[in-house]
Write a protein that binds this ligand. Sequence first.
Ligand SMILES: NC(=O)c1ccc[n+]([C@@H]2O[C@H](COP(=O)([O-])OP(=O)(O)OC[C@H]3O[C@@H](n4cnc5c(N)ncnc54)[C@H](OP(=O)(O)O)[C@@H]3O)[C@@H](O)[C@H]2O)c1
Length: 248
Amino acid sequence: MSEHIAGKVIVITGASSGLGEAAARHLAARGAAVVLGARRTDRIESLAAELSKAGGKALAVETDVARREQVQRLVDAAVETYDRIDVIINNAGLMPLSPLDRLKVDEWDRMIDVNIKGVLYGIAAALPHMQRQRSGHIINVSSVAGHKVRAGGSVYSATKHAVRALSEGLRQEVKPYNIRTTIISPGVVTSELPNTASDPDVAANIRKMYEDIGIPADSFARAVVFAMSQPDDVDVNEILYRPTRQEF
Ligand SMILES: NC(=O)c1ccc[n+]([C@@H]2O[C@H](COP(=O)([O-])OP(=O)(O)OC[C@H]3O[C@@H](n4cnc5c(N)ncnc54)[C@H](OP(=O)(O)O)[C@@H]3O)[C@@H](O)[C@H]2O)c1
């Protein structure tokens, strides 16, 4: 499964915890150079130091994906340091669930800014390099919530449906450039995501669900490795997976 990973230059947004961090560890261990973006620089700097100490290649770049220029700087740092970008994993996201009538409009704005616009900024930064290279792989993180809508999750679900819609349009448009696109839609995976819910009752319910059925973030890393490991003429367009115990 390490085929097609050693030597690749991989930009990961939201690499400071959860799915992004797990992916960084797996990919670095398989010989990729990982370029880590997140706002918590202490986290990504210590992760980069740890991966480098273990013999890997890693770079940390402070990045708020809601700021287009910062996403551009992240991708440009990858290209300046390692001469190319093979993969971008647009993973940064947040999930402050709440019923619409609680009117958490600032949180709706934030989800749109990070979960949708952050992914678009990643595409905007990586695409010109990949078009020039005539190769690349764009991996966008959606969710089971990108397939199903549940009460209390309308805006989060809308953002994750948007990720799938724009990924499918992208897939069709990048055919001339030999670029692959993958949507990864996880179910309940243990991470810091429940901390992003601000309402105590909602947060408590989410935490309980994650404690009851959550599976390790390694599951996401293995999905990334699977999509990347295919021969160049195979494009894994979407992976939807859940804990075996997840009903919804
Ligand atoms: N865990 C699940 O069950 C699950 C299921 C389906 C989909 N997902 C998706 O998986 C992705 C990763 O989430 P996770 O579960 O790993 O949660 P997590 O542990 O909370 O990680 C979220 C990551 O996103 C980053 N992030 C948040 N806002 C950001 C911003 N403005 N700019 C840059 N980075 C930002 C965080 O870094 P900083 O705070 O340091 O910036 C952190 O590294 C999200 O898109 C989430 O929607 C997760």
